[in-house]
Design a protein around this ligand. Structure first.
Ligand SMILES: NC(=O)c1ccc[n+]([C@@H]2O[C@H](COP(=O)([O-])OP(=O)(O)OC[C@H]3O[C@@H](n4cnc5c(N)ncnc54)[C@H](O)[C@@H]3O)[C@@H](O)[C@H]2O)c1
Length: 397
């Protein structure tokens, strides 16, 4: 039985507690949260199984009762928690992103390099999306030849990110690190290389502003505001129990006005140069309506997937009789991030049982996070940024 300690009993920590109920080889042995009021309310509301409770990571590590530590705390805390966990000799799973700046990323990679006994894993659940799995299989088989260029667009309905801690750079590094790291990992995975230069533009077009009030639920403009979030009685009770009461401990605020102060871009357009020579264009907006597409071009053809061809991939070949081929994949399930969280936990078990790195590790986490870090710097300076100016490239190889 693999015993897990979950650090951070928020949304993500709770989704792993629930997913673990479907994996017989795993037991959630303990949970840690620095906010005891929120932790108790979450445990009660989400009906956690019996667990040992801790209020800081050090006490969990000293208790020596778990095999793997899951880091599901806000992004700015990851680097310290990961390095402590590795130093104390535990396997560690970190949910994305790895970290929010180049110093933190270097620190984590160095800690991982000086510890070859313990395994480390990244929570990149998008790798379990059936379309991406098929696309990886086809690009790996060189159906379009070597990837020369690529492009990806996500139009998120992302006002939720402007209601919580993510809207401040000191917490998330910017949404290109916090959220972008998912698709950046997929791009890196498909291109099968690491970034060497990034040039980005971005800013705020819709969210952010000067509105002062902190709670959307308390606002007088609820009837007219397009982004008003009307909470049901149950949702309001949840907000009160888990967040408003617990805020007395740490000031954690939820349900901010999306037009209040924020220093993270709500859109960005990025070009990435890879060591392989491939060039990729990456765009994400947070005021979108859910459109998505991703594609690549190689010497022999093009490959594309997107929301306009659901659960499908199209390959177009230049030098073949079958000019266009469409591949259909299974639909994603609704629960557990399209089933991905269950898949990740199963692969974690297989990795620990075999000693083989099946899930992506911190190198992959670093390759994706550093693009976001470089993009934020590039937006600020309005210049391309070389990755080697942020950290030694050997760390990404
Ligand atoms: N892979 C995914 O699809 C996915 C989805 C959601 C969130 N996440 C990631 O999970 C992480 C957590 O996000 P969330 O939405 O669950 O956040 P959250 O705000 O809902 O919960 C975070 C919890 O961590 C606790 N915490 C803060 N600092 C701590 C510390 N030093 N030690 C112990 N507990 C601490 C807070 O009190 C809070 O209860 C983030 O890094 C986020 O990017 C990943």
């Amino acid at each position: 039985m693999i015993k897990i300690g979950i650090v951070g009993t928020g949304d993500r920590g709770t989704s792993f507690v629930k997913a673990a109920e479907h994996i017989p080889q795993i037991k959630i042995e303990a949970v840690v949260d620095t906010n005891p009021v929120r932790m108790e309310a979450v445990i009660k509301h989400h009906n956690y199984p019996p667990v040992k409770k801790f209020y800081n990571l050090d006490d969990l590590l000293d208790a020596k009762i778990v095999d793997v530590v899951f880091i599901t705390t806000p992004d700015w805390t990851h680097a310290d928690l990961i390095t402590k966990t590795l130093e104390k000799g535990y396997h560690v799973f970190c949910d994305k992103p790895l970290a929010i700046n180049s110093e933190q990323i270097s620190k984590i990679l160095q800690a991982a390099a000086s510890n070859n006994k313990n395994m480390h894993f990244m929570g990149f659940n998008m790798r379990y999306k059936p379309t991406f799995i098929k696309m990886k299989e086809l690009t790996e088989k060189k159906e379009i030849g070597n990837i020369l260029t690529g492009w990806s667009y996500s139009g998120y309905t992302g006002d939720g990110y402007f209601r919580r801690w993510h809207k401040f750079r000191k917490n998330s590094g910017g949404l290109i690190i916090h959220k972008g790291c998912h698709i950046l990992d997929i791009l890196n995975w498909m291109v099968d290389s690491y970034p060497v230069e990034v040039y980005a533009k971005g800013g705020q077009k819709v969210f952010g502003g000067e509105k002062k009030w902190t709670g959307c639920h308390q606002c007088k403009e609820t009837e007219t505001c397009l982004y008003a979030r009307k909470l049901s009685e149950d949702q309001m009770k949840l907000l009160e129990d888990i967040y408003i009461k617990a805020a007395a401990v740490d000031g954690y605020t939820r349900n901010y006005c999306v037009f209040g102060p924020s220093d993270v871009p709500d859109h960005y357009l990025v070009t990435i140069d890879y060591a392989s020579g491939a060039k990729v264009i990456f765009e994400e907006i947070f005021f979108g309506a859910g459109l998505f597409y991703m594609g690549f071009a190689g010497e022999k053809g093009e490959i594309v997937t997107g929301s306009f061809i659901p659960d499908s991939i199209i390959v177009r070949k230049k030098f073949s009789q079958d000019k266009e081929q469409r591949y259909q994949v299974n639909k994603e399930t609704k629960e557990f991030h399209g089933g991905a969280d269950i898949g990740m936990l199963k692969d974690l078990v297989r990795s620990l049982e075999t000693g083989k790195q099946i899930l992506p590790g911190f190198k992959e986490g670093a390759r994706s996070a550093i693009i976001g870090v470089a993009a934020m710097i590039s937006i600020d300076r309005q210049k391309p940024v070389k990755i080697e100016d942020l950290l030694p490239l050997e760390l990404l190889q």
